[in-house]
Design a protein around this ligand. Structure first.
Ligand SMILES: [Zn+2]
Length: 364
């Protein structure tokens, strides 16, 4: 359960709202009503934050559409009280792509601010921003101020902000992506500490503490993902796949296979007939079918017939990203010229990473 629900589908991408986001809106409505004593105040209290989140959504779609230009898919966009998160298949395959995707979001805020700026100049509206408690002032000016704030905040050169990605893309332009990530993560953590201190001691803003926590965790996650990813970088599937594994035949029964599971073979079984892959039997499907159809059921009636496969020369990290994006199974059969030559499992990739880390530690 991830505490978020779908509110719309825009350009083929699910837009989700986190539950805490609604709580925040309720808080603003209450605050608007309490300070003005009017229903209009409550409406205005929601209108301004909702507009900010509209800008955040457009910002996220800046990332999404730039990523799409490079053939990178997006799973969904979620709005949280602290901002938006677009789950991209990849942050970019090259530093140039990463830079373009990272900058596309803030560029949207710059464009909104510029548009509102042109309106203020041409329409000669008052230049004081709208005041949330009274409703007086110019909405367009308020839009400029908030979008410049979003622009500035997102360009802080620290993970997990876009500026962190910009920094990493520039630092890794010629060379070490891990070192670049470490620097961007360390700045992120330092910034989190500064934000927390400022929120607690100087500004007395509890919201800043929340943001600091988010920045701290995001910085760490990114560093971890990249250091694991780095051990898999450039590694072909051939090197990290299981070659000692068991296949089953379509006429084998579920009872036969539950004995194989107990004897300690793998969780998931490729179903094959004379080297030709017919299907894939996943452990969860096996258990469900045993319960509903009994042990005499042949595998052929239960196995999956549509599932992702890998090629031996494909890069492991790209293959895993592709499969995870599609919610694929935890075992991926590897085919070479239509022949089953291996099986990639999450455990085996994990072991490969640990072994590589151990060997890298020894060399140091
Ligand atoms: Zn962004």
């Amino acid at each position: 359960m991830n505490w978020s629900f779908r509110i719309a589908r825009i350009l083929g991408i699910d837009v989700r709202l986190h539950v805490t986001f609604l709580l925040l809106m309720a808080f603003y409505a209450w605050k608007g009503w309490a300070t003005s004593g009017r229903a209009f105040g409550a409406l205005l209290g929601i209108l301004l934050p909702a507009t900010i989140f509209g800008c955040v959504l457009l910002h996220e779609f800046g990332h999404v559409l730039m990523a799409r230009r490079f053939g990178i898919r997006t799973r969904d966009v979620t709005l949280l009280p602290i901002g938006g998160v677009a789950r991209l298949e990849s942050t970019g395959e090259t530093p140039m792509q990463e830079l373009a995707i990272a900058l596309a979001g803030p560029a949207v805020n710059l464009a909104i601010a510029a548009g509102a700026g042109a309106f203020v100049l041409l329409a000669r509206v008052p230049t004081t921003p709208i005041d949330p408690s009274t409703g007086a002032g110019s909405f367009a000016t308020w839009l400029i101020v908030s979008n410049l704030f979003l622009l500035g905040f997102n360009l802080i050169p620290a993970f997990p902000m876009d500026g962190g990605r910009v920094l990493r893309a520039l630092l890794s332009w010629k060379g070490d992506r891990i070192r670049a990530t470490r620097i961007a993560s360390a700045t992120g953590r330092a910034l989190a500490v500064v934000l927390a201190m400022a929120g607690l001691l100087v500004l007395h803003q509890p919201m800043l503490l929340l943001i600091a926590l988010f920045v701290w965790m995001g910085a760490g996650q990114e560093a971890e993902a990249v250091s694991t990813g780095a051990l898999l970088e450039g590694v072909p599937v051939r090197k990290a796949m299981l070659t000692e594994f068991r296949t089953v035949a379509p006429h084998d029964t579920l009872g036969d296979i539950s004995r194989l599971v107990l004897a300690g073979f793998q969780h998931d079984f490729p179903v094959a007939q004379e080297d030709r892959l017919m299907g894939l039997l996943l452990r969860d499907d096996l258990f469900a079918a045993l319960r509903s159809q009994g042990p005499d059921t042949p595998v052929g009636t239960v196995m999956r017939q549509r599932f992702p496969v890998a090629a031996p020369d494909e890069l492991v990290d790209r293959m895993l990203r592709r499969v995870q994006f599609d919610d694929g199974p935890s075992s991926i059969p590897v085919l070479e010229h239509g022949r089953l030559v291996g099986l990639v499992t999450a455990e085996n990739v994990g072991e490969f990473v640990m072994l590589s880390a151990a060997l890298a530690g020894r060399r140091r």
